[in-house]
Design a protein around this ligand. Structure first.
Ligand SMILES: [Zn+2]
Length: 460
C-alpha cells in the first residue's frame, strides 16, 4: 500500500476537461489517483490515511510543462549575439562552442535543465549536439527525450556519417553516468536521433535516421522551414546558406562530388522531405515558420508534429509561424523555447505569453481570407505545452494531463496576488491568469517525486 500525497489549491487545470475550483489532486506511488473538487474529495477520502498534504491556496495545480524543442547544450550562451541575422548567429554559435569539452557542455546543459525545472517544465525534448543534455536532465531528475544530433550533406558520405553517429549513440546509451543509466532503465529519459535540418542533412542520411527511429518507435527531432533562406536554398539556391555551408560547415557544395542534386528543384522544404519519404507520424518539426497551405495539408496528411518556437523565431528575425492555421489543418502543435542562445529564458509560460501577444500583433496574416483573424487562446497554448506535446511524443497515455492513471508529473504555480474577494477570484479564467505573466513556480513533481520544492531543487 503506497503512501498517498494530496495537493490542494484554488484551481486545478487538468487540461483534459474543465478547470476545477478549490481542487485536490491525489497521488499514490507516483501515479495520479484522482482530481477532485474539495467536497467530493472530502466524502471519498474521509477515512483514508494521507501521508502528506500540501495546501497551496492561491495557486494552480497542472500537468508539468513539456518543452517540445530545446538545445540545453547551449544554455551557457544566454544573451549571446542577440542582434545577428540567423546564419551569422548560427556561425558564431558554432565558433563559440567549437572547443568546448564534454564537461563544459554538461555544465551548460545542467544550467539549462535547472532553469527548465525552476519554470515548471517536467519534460524536455532536446536536440543535443554533444549528448550531454541527457546527463543533465537525468541529474536534475526531469523526464526527457534527447535526440543526438546528426549532420551530413553529402549523399556519398552518408554511410560513414551514419556509422559514426551510431557509435556515438551507443556510447551514450551505455553511459557509466549513474543518474542517466538509471533514467534510461526507468525510461524517464529516452534517446533518439535528431537530423539537424534539410540544409545540413542530405536525404539519404535522413532516411537512415528516419528508418532507424521508426524501427524503435522513436520520435525524430528536426528543424524545418525555419528561415526564408532555407526555403530559398532548397527551392533554387541562396547565397547566405551557400556561404554558411562553405565557411561554417566546410562543405563545398559546388564540387561535383558534394553537389546536393536534390536541391534547386523549386520545392518547399516540406515537399522536398515528402519527395524522399521522410515525413511521417514520428517527425517532430521545429519552427515551420515559412509554410504555405499546401505544406500544412501535407504535414497534416502525414501526421507530422510541430514545435512552435515564437520567441526564438523573433530573436533570429525569422518571422511568426502560422500557429492557428496549423491547428485548423488538424496538426498537433506543441511549444518550444529553443535554446538560451536564442531566447531570454526557458520558461514555457513566458513563451505562451509571448505567443499570445505576437499573434495578436499580426491580424490578418493567419486568416483564411485577408483581414480575418484567427487568434490563439490561452487555453490552446496551455494545451500546446501539455497534452498536445504529449500527443506529439506519443506519450499521452503517460503525461500531459491530470487524469487518474497518469504519471504524477505536476507543476504548481502561485497566482499573482490580486485584491479580489473569493467570489470575484472564481470568475477569472485560470488559463488567462496562468499566462498573464505573474505566475511563479512553487513545486514541480516528476513521477510523484518533488524535483523543485519551494524554490529549491531536490537534487543538485
Ligand atoms: Zn533549434
Amino acid at each position: 500500500m503506497g503512501e498517498k500525497l494530496c495537493l490542494a489549491a484554488r484551481w486545478a487545470i487538468p487540461v483534459v476537461g474543465e478547470p476545477i475550483h478549490d481542487a485536490v489532486v491525489v497521488i499514490d506511488n507516483g501515479i495520479i489517483e484522482g482530481v477532485y473538487a474539495r467536497p467530493q474529495f472530502n466524502s471519498i477520502y474521509k477515512n483514508q490515511q494521507i501521508a502528506r498534504a500540501e495546501d497551496y491556496k492561491e495557486a494552480v495545480i497542472m500537468p508539468g510543462l513539456i518543452n517540445l524543442h530545446s538545445h540545453l547544450d547551449y544554455s551557457a550562451l544566454r544573451a549571446f549575439a542577440t542582434d545577428l541575422p540567423f546564419y551569422q548567429w548560427i556561425r558564431e554559435l558554432m565558433l563559440r562552442a567549437r572547443d568546448w569539452t564534454a564537461d563544459k557542455f554538461f555544465q551548460s546543459a545542467l544550467y539549462g535543465a535547472r532553469l527548465a525545472a525552476f519554470t515548471g517544465t517536467s519534460t524536455v525534448v532536446d536536440s543535443s549536439f554533444s549528448g550531454q543534455a541527457a546527463k543533465a536532465l537525468a541529474q536534475v531528475g526531469l523526464r526527457g527525450v534527447v535526440g543526438l544530433e546528426i549532420f551530413g550533406l553529402s549523399d556519398a558520405e552518408s554511410d560513414n556519417s551514419w556509422s559514426n553517429w551510431l557509435s556515438r549513440f551507443e556510447a551514450l546509451s551505455e553511459t557509466d553516468f549513474a543518474p542517466l543509466r538509471e533514467a534510461l532503465e526507468k525510461q524517464t529519459i529516452t534517446l533518439t536521433v535528431s537530423p539537424h535540418a534539410p540544409y545540413t542533412v542530405c536525404p539519404s542520411l535522413w532516411l537512415k535516421a528516419a528508418t532507424w527511429a521508426k524501427k524503435f518507435n522513436l520520435p525524430v527531432l528536426a528543424h524545418l522551414s525555419e528561415s526564408l533562406e532555407e526555403c530559398q536554398w532548397i527551392a533554387s539556391g541562396n547565397e547566405t546558406v551557400h556561404e554558411f555551408l562553405t565557411y561554417a560547415l566546410r562543405v563545398d557544395t559546388d564540387s561535383e562530388k558534394l553537389k546536393p542534386r536534390w536541391a534547386g528543384r523549386g520545392l518547399t522544404p516540406v515537399k522536398h522531405l515528402k519527395n524522399y519519404g521522410l515525413l511521417n507520424e514520428w517527425l517532430i518539426a521545429a519552427h515551420m515558420v515559412h509554410s504555405d497551405s499546401d505544406d500544412l495539408t501535407i504535414l497534416a496528411e502525414h501526421n507530422v508534429k510541430v514545435a512552435h518556437c515564437p520567441r526564438s523565431n523573433a530573436r533570429l528575425k525569422n518571422g511568426l509561424a502560422p500557429y492557428s492555421k496549423m491547428l485548423e489543418h488538424g496538426i498537433t502543435v506543441g511549444l518550444g523555447t529553443d535554446s538560451l542562445a536564442s531566447n531570454d529564458d526557458l520558461s514555457l509560460l513566458a513563451e505562451a505569453q509571448f505567443a499570445l501577444n505576437a499573434h495578436r500583433l499580426k491580424p490578418g496574416i493567419e486568416g483564411k481570407e485577408e483581414g480575418e483573424h484567427h487568434l490563439p487562446t490561452a487555453r490552446q497554448l496551455v494545451e500546446a505545452m501539455t497534452m498536445e506535446a504529449a500527443i506529439a511524443l506519443k506519450m499521452d497515455h503517460l503525461i500531459g494531463s491530470l487524469q487518474a492513471g497518469k504519471r504524477a508529473d505536476i507543476a504548481v504555480f502561485a497566482l499573482p496576488p490580486a485584491p479580489l474577494s473569493d467570489t470575484e477570484k472564481e470568475t477569472i479564467c485560470p488559463y488567462n491568469l496562468l499566462i498573464s505573466g505573474g505566475a511563479r513556480l512553487r513545486d514541480l513533481l516528476v513521477d510523484g517525486q518533488f524535483i523543485v520544492s519551494e524554490g529549491k531543487l531536490s537534487r543538485n
